[in-house]
Design a protein around this ligand. Structure first.
Ligand SMILES: *[C@@H]1O[C@H](CO)[C@@H](O)[C@H](O)[C@H]1NC(C)=O
Ligand SMILES: *[C@@H]1O[C@H](CO)[C@@H](O)[C@H](O)[C@H]1NC(C)=O
Ligand SMILES: *[C@@H]1O[C@H](CO)[C@@H](O)[C@H](O)[C@H]1NC(C)=O
Ligand SMILES: *[C@@H]1O[C@H](CO)[C@@H](O)[C@H](O)[C@H]1NC(C)=O
Ligand SMILES: CC(=O)N[C@H]1CO[C@H](CO)[C@@H](O)[C@@H]1O
Length: 375
């Protein structure tokens, strides 16, 4: 199965046919996209004639392609999507992933891994990562606005139906907002297990949050913000000197809320309870956001243009991959990148399920032919 995905056996005739069909298809796709979004992609056309390196506001001129990454996976922060993206990076660049940090295989010497992106326990005060990963590893993480993350966790942990079952019979027929309010008034400790969990994933201690947060900011090269995910990925791309193609992703896990569930955090009592009980995470998120905004503004105005361009690439890729056509989607060179193609194999990798991606990369690692790139 895996072999089929990574090998491209084509007869010459099939290849020629394929190119002809591809060109026709690309023309058709472009036309379709233009109609669909009602925009003429002039920016793309114009920018492809710009010389990179000349007044390229924010783009690093001498950027060094980085391949060693540690990703701290904080749940419910688009971290599954990011993990899939990183595994894809491993496979397309033939790197050496560390899939299970608790029992690293004896196959490779320590510090020969390139990417560590699995869910794991991390402690800012005991940086075991530096023992396993190469010295020049880039540390990245992702956080999310705490109120929306809490809402998302309530759904994930099935809390509304639990609260309903626990409520006395005469109080069950009520809104989710009322249910939550009643629960936190009766038992304010009830949700401790999902409060301040972002800081806990970093190992930030409740009794010395300030000092530990400081350490986090000096250790991590980039803390992405799930609420500004596309901007985060463009920052990542620029920092790592990656290609635009490396940061493409598809949206898969869209959570559904009832209107009532969506509004629970607007209730003043719930808000007050949350800002008190989730204090460390709230402070940490604000700091992360400030740091993030500082990084974005350092990138200059062209940054937002690149984000918009990236988003148009995402839409076209999404359209192409969901069409299920066995063709190539071609992207012209732009101010921000070389030309590249999206193939149906790329679509398969883009659409990897979060959980399954771990097994997929594991199988890939076992069966890959070449030696990984060293450090
Ligand atoms: C890491 O640093 C070594 C030199 O110490 C260098 O050869 C290697 O290319 C670097 N790797 C990355 C991914 O930065
Ligand atoms: C990596 O860092 C450790 C300790 O900081 C040092 O002993 C080691 O020589 C470094 N390795 C390389 C390749 O620079
Ligand atoms: C329970 O909810 C249903 C539907 O929302 C409503 O029609 C009914 O009157 C409610 N019953 C009580 C006792 O509140
Ligand atoms: C994209 O695909 C076309 C058609 O197969 C090929 O000619 C071209 O070299 C590819 N471009 C890249 C950057 O891979
Ligand atoms: C050919 C080209 O424009 N490549 C660019 C792709 O993006 C990186 C990072 O933004 C640039 O450094 C490259 O010059």
């Amino acid at each position: 199965m895996l072999v089929i995905i990574f090998q491209n056996k084509m007869s010459t005739l099939a290849c020629v046919t394929k190119i002809v069909v591809s060109v026709l298809f690309v023309v058709a796709t472009f036309g379709f996209c233009l109609v669909l979004y009602g925009v003429r992609d002039q920016s793309l056309q114009q920018l492809s004639f710009l010389h990179v390196g000349q007044n390229n506001g924010g783009l690093q001129e001498h950027c060094f392609f980085k391949i060693n990454v540690f990703f701290l996976k904080v749940p419910k922060c688009a971290s599954g999507t990011t993990m899939v993206l990183l595994w894809r990076f491993v496979m397309t660049h033939n790197l050496n992933p560390l899939i299970n940090p608790n029992s690293p295989p004896k196959l490779h010497p320590r510090k020969s891994y390139n990417v560590l992106a699995t869910h794991m326990k991390y402690d800012i005060n005991n940086n075991a990562i530096s023992e396993i990963m190469p010295n020049n590893t880039t540390y990245i993480a992702i956080v999310r606005e705490p109120k929306t993350r809490f809402q998302s966790l309530l759904i994930k942990k099935n809390e509304y139906s639990k609260m309903r079952q626990e409520a006395p019979l005469n109080a069950r027929n009520t809104t989710d907002g009322e249910l939550l309010l009643r629960t936190i008034q009766k038992n304010p400790e009830r949700f401790n297990y999902i409060l301040n969990t972002q800081t806990r994933y970093f190992g930030i201690r409740a009794d010395s949050p300030e000092a530990d947060m400081k350490k986090v900011f000096s250790t991590f090269d980039l803390i992405m913000i799930a609420d500004y995910y596309d901007e985060s990925l463009v920052l990542l791309k620029r920092h790592m000197c990656w290609d635009l193609k490396d940061i493409i992703y598809t949206k898969k896990h869209v959570q559904h809320y009832s209107p009532d569930q969506k509004n629970v955090m607007l209730h003043p009592v719930i808000r007050a309870w949350f800002s008190e009980r989730n204090y460390n995470d709230n402070v940490f998120y604000r700091k992360c956001l400030n740091e993030f905004n500082r990084k974005v503004s350092n990138e200059g105005d062209a940054f937002h243009q690149e984000v918009e361009f990236f988003q148009s690439v995402l839409r076209k890729t999404d359209l192409f991959c969901s069409s299920g056509l066995d063709q190539l989607l071609y992207f012209e060179p732009s101010r921000w990148n070389r030309s590249f193609n999206i193939s149906t194999n790329d679509c398969k990798l883009l659409n990897l399920d979060t959980e399954w991606s771990i097994h997929f990369v594991e199988n890939w690692q076992r069966s890959k032919p070449k030696q990984p790139r060293g450090t």
